[in-house]
Design a protein around this ligand. Structure first.
Ligand SMILES: N[C@@H](CCC(=O)N[C@@H](CS)C(=O)NCC(=O)O)C(=O)O
Length: 267
């Protein structure tokens, strides 16, 4: 059974009946939130052909199959602006996922409350609740979103080498780039210089296309860019990548939302 499904908000659904006895679903999207639904990455010919069903204000479609009866995919996202959770926050917007946002305040020590520790014993964001089940770690959540929303194209499924390269980048980012700054400025600059060389002149980190590895890499560079005190031209490839990322609507939207909530990041 193909479990890959895409789930996104709609305003209402109409079933139009035709004289020849067939009917067709007509899906109405919140245009204000999404723009033209036909330009949305989740829009496919499956919807056009009516191979989709609905429930509770959401459309669920399954690539290449008829509807399998899952009514909704309830996602709850715990995040703190500018922290590690920024990466999956961007991915949620890239996917057009419907989710409940739960901002967590470091200042108020909300990651240390018994309620939060019951969700994530590590006391860290991000956490994604998938119908009440907690998924933690940036790389794990990015993987889940990319696989659950294949139409967003954030992780190829037809090219094992590109897929492995994306996992390789995310492993390097989590294990080496993320902790680098707290190991001292010089060490961090060396690590970012390696990342800059590894990225090279490529537009995107892996496989010649935008992926979850780019989102993960961007968030770390966004966070530590200023504190690395780079000399002019020290990280040219990371800078070019940063500019490409900042131009993406999902990144702009995430920054707007997180800026409005306010950052509580250590200097
Ligand atoms: N390895 C984790 C790192 C997550 C992490 O370090 N989160 C930090 C923010 S960047 C956090 O929640 N810290 C809260 C605290 O320590 O109280 C991941 O990839 O998700």
């Amino acid at each position: 059974m193909n479990r890959q499904s895409t789930c996104f908000d709609i305003s209402f659904v109409q079933r139009r009946h035709f004289a020849h006895g067939k009917s067709r679903l007509v899906l109405h999207f919140p245009l204000r939130a999404m723009g033209d639904p036909r330009r949305h990455p989740a829009w496919t010919e499956e919807v056009e052909r009516g191979r989709a069903s609905f429930g509770q204000g959401r459309v669920i479609m399954t690539a290449g199959r008829t509807f399998q009866g899952k009514d909704s995919c309830m996602l709850t996202f715990y995040f703190s602006p500018g922290s590690s959770s920024m990466a999956p926050h961007i991915a949620l917007h890239e996917c057009g996922a419907a989710f409940e946002a739960k901002p967590v305040s470091f200042g108020k020590k909300e990651t240390r409350t018994p309620a939060f520790l019951a969700i994530n014993p590590a006391g860290k964001v991000p956490v994604l609740l998938i119908e009440g089940r907690a998924l933690t770690e940036v790389a794990g959540i990015l993987f889940y979103l990319a696989r659950s929303y294949p139409a967003a194209g954030l992780l190829p499924s037809d090219d094992v080498e590109s897929e492995a390269e994306i996992i390789s980048w995310m492993s390097y980012i989590a294990s080496t780039i993320h902790p680098a700054r707290r190991q001292g400025l010089e060490h961090a600059r060396e690590v970012y210089a390696v990342a800059d060389r590894r990225l090279g002149k490529a537009e995107w980190a892996a496989g010649g296309r935008y992926s979850i590895a780019d989102i993960h890499l961007f968030r770390l560079y966004w966070r530590f860019r200023a504190s690395l005190e780079p000399k002019p031209g020290e990280f040219p490839n990371l800078e070019a990548h940063y500019a490409r990322m900042m131009a993406r609507p999902a990144v702009k939207k995430t920054c707007e939302i997180e800026t409005a909530i306010g950052y509580e990041l250590p200097k």
